[in-house]
Write a protein that binds this ligand. Structure first.
Ligand code: COA
Length: 181
């Protein structure tokens, strides 16, 4: 069993490693530096020794934490890296009395949806043709009980197994390629 990764805030020196983690994230070094400079961005990396093996980018705005991207290096998957990163973000959210954690994920991204479900996220809606290739985004939410800080169990509000009719919506935040996963 590999040792648990060490979770740390991302620093400038991590940019090149993070950019190489997952080509599919489409975040290049400039985009990552832009994120690091945003006062509302919170970005963590997972380290195994000197290797950066995963990262998690969020935006903390008012009482909401928005997961913009999470990725684990392809050769280090299914070893708890993303779970450790999300544990850190959820603890951060709870400490700061965040009401909910939100994200969008491709409908076909079974690995990520399973990861989020393992934390108690539920499907709140579907944004039809959200991604540039017209794939739908599933909107998922993790709710905290304001009194106890515990996560609230919640049934899906949309069915994911079949196409969902939802009205066309305004495009998502194109300013960040990270959101368009
Ligand atoms: C999704 C992703 C981040 C998961 O990272 P990971 O480090 O492999 O995930 P973990 O090992 O921490 O998995 C935690 C749990 O998530 C679920 N999970 C993760 N990958 C899964 C997969 N391929 N199939 C099914 N369940 C999966 C499981 O419940 C897993 O727990 P288990 O291993 O005890 O069964 C990784 O596959 C990835 O980087 N994908 C490409 C980028 C991406 O799609 N990001 C999501 C953007 S919204």
């Amino acid at each position: 069993m590999p040792a648990a990764p060490v979770i740390d805030f991302m620093r400038e020196g991590d940019v090149a490693d993070v950019a190489s983690i997952d080509e599919a994230t489409r975040m290049n070094e400039d985009q990552l530096r832009t994120e690091l400079a945003r006062t509302w961005a919170r970005t963590w990396v997972a380290r195994e020794g000197t290797d950066v093996v995963g990262y998690l980018l969020t935006w903390h705005v008012a009482d909401e934490l928005h997961v913009m991207n999470v990725a684990t290096r392809a050769d280090r998957r299914r070893r708890g890296v993303a779970r450790a990163l999300l544990d850190e973000a959820v603890a951060y959210a709870r400490d700061r009395k965040v009401k909910h954690v939100l994200l969008e994920v491709r409908r076909s991204n079974a690995a990520a949806i399973a990861l989020y479900r393992a934390f108690g996220f539920f499907a709140m809606g579907v944004r039809a043709r959200y991604y540039p290739d017209d794939e739908d985004a599933v909107e998922m939410v993790l709710l905290f009980d304001p009194a106890t800080g515990k996560t609230v169990e919640h049934e899906d509000e949309v069915k994911l197994g079949s196409p969902v009719d939802s009205p066309p919506e305004a495009p998502g935040p194109n300013s960040s390629a990270a959101a368009k996963r």
